[in-house]
Design a protein around this ligand. Structure first.
Ligand SMILES: [Zn+2]
Ligand SMILES: [Zn+2]
Length: 419
């Protein structure tokens, strides 16, 4: 026993323990189930050993496990139950595992009854011991390490029905993508009308666009991992008709239920870039985690854009230069643009234009480079969106301006070396 034996005896002999045991004296419990009532007080000591000591101390007659009111001899089945998933587990690549269990409903009721009557409120739950016993056996059968948080493989064993379920954790792959052509959304865009089934609205494709950055990047990853599904997590997104340049936009691809985890990301990256040449490419692929997905989604990167617009009138170059100078460092007041108002809350937000530079001016077409805070509506900075964005290039020039193209030239997170 790792707890001091004298200490255990003293506690077991106490008056309150005697009262508690009396309250359930008509229920016959095996040493293991008896010991579990105290196990949180004597960490590191086997439940059966504590139970035996409690029984001897109080002169309680011994009950065999098969006759136990609570467990009905469940622990005799541990070897058999832990063998159930072994063959199926052999089809998956994983390094760490954790075992959970589903107990017979009656066992949970009997356990509640014991707690309610005895007031052993800090007893170890039956399920915890079952999980531990199954886990030990499965680790030794498979040679895989037990790991409670984020195991590669969660095995749930239903002890009442001798069934099991495997829940492999997702594999996460980080990278940066560049989108070299217009007209591709970032993620698969299911048809609003049929939700993917196919209808006349979507030309029976079930989606609104033929492909997406996600769908172009995913196949080599899906093939390499033999995963069931993929989910794309981007650090923000650019418009469908915007090109994404610079060193790319950070993303994490989540591969759900992967059969293979140890994949060669250099090779996969090469394959992605070969099949998508001229459309999409990826770089910096590495393994990631669910926690990083949350960080990525919460990031507010500064972005640099290249935007070309046309003014409906003759632009005075000197005035244009004055406007550009004025906009650098200006705080914009932006009411939710009309083009997105149907899916976003209508509110006014303030965003700062960090830098605005003239790149090119030809006849009526002007190209600017704009660096702005995360969440700035860049098209509206040019058009003014009917007075909803103030100030704007259109308002300052005193003439209507139309955006011809908008590209993202850099997504910069400010987290050096991380993204
Ligand atoms: Zn028992
Ligand atoms: Zn449809």
């Amino acid at each position: 026993m790792s707890s001091d034996a004298g200490e255990i005896d003293a506690l077991l002999r106490g008056d309150s323990v005697l009262q508690q045991l009396k309250a359930i004296s008509d229920l016959r419990l095996c040493d293991r189930c008896l010991g579990r009532l105290f196990s949180k007080r004597f960490r590191g000591t086997e439940n059966a050993a504590i139970g035996e000591r409690a029984r001897c101390t109080h002169g309680i007659p011994e009950t065999m496990e098969v006759d136990c009111y609570l467990c009905h001899g469940l622990f005799k089945k541990m070897d058999e139950l832990s063998k159930l998933p072994v063959d199926e587990l052999g089809k998956w690549e994983y390094d760490t595992l954790w075992v959970g269990s589903r107990l017979e409903f009656g066992a949970r009721l009997r356990e509640q009854e014991i707690t309610a009557r005895s007031q052993f409120t800090d007893a170890e739950p039956l399920k915890v011991e079952v999980n531990r016993e199954l886990g030990k056996r499965l680790s030794s059968l498979t040679g895989k390490e037990g790991k409670m948080t984020n195991p590669d493989m969660l095995v749930v064993i239903d002890v009442a029905f001798s069934a099991f379920q495997l829940e492999p954790s997702s594999l996460f792959v980080y990278g940066r993508y560049r989108k070299l052509v217009r007209g591709i959304p970032q993620t698969k865009w299911p048809c609003r009308k049929c939700h993917g089934k196919g209808c006349s609205h979507c030309n029976f494709k079930g989606k609104m666009y033929d492909t997406s950055v996600e769908e172009l990047i995913a196949p080599p990853l899906m093939n390499a991992t033999a995963a069931e599904e993929h989910f794309f997590h981007g650090m923000g997104r650019e418009d469908i008709d915007a090109i994404m340049l610079g060193n790319g936009r950070p993303f994490i691809m989540e591969l759900s239920k992967p059969h293979v985890r140890k994949i060669d990301l250099v090779e996969v990256g090469r394959e992605i870039n070969a099949i998508n040449a001229g459309r999409v490419d990826v770089s910096d692929l590495r393994f990631s985690s669910k926690a990083e997905v949350r960080e990525l989604k919460a990031a507010s990167p500064v972005k640099r854009y290249r935007i070309t617009f046309r003014a409906l009138g003759k632009i005075n170059k000197q005035l244009l230069c004055e406007v550009i100078t004025k906009l650098s460092g200006t705080k914009l007041s932006q009411r939710t643009p009309l083009r997105v108002a149907h899916r976003r809350a209508d509110l006014v937000r303030e965003r700062t234009v960090l830098e605005c530079k003239l790149i090119d001016m030809q006849d009526d077409a002007v190209t600017l480079e704009v660096e702005a805070e995360s969440g700035t509506y860049i098209k509206e900075l040019i058009t003014g969106d009917g007075g909803r964005t103030v100030p704007s290039v259109s308002q300052e020039l005193g003439m209507e301006c139309q955006v011809i193209s908008l590209d993202v030239s850099e997504v910069s997170t400010g987290v050096e070396g991380k993204w």
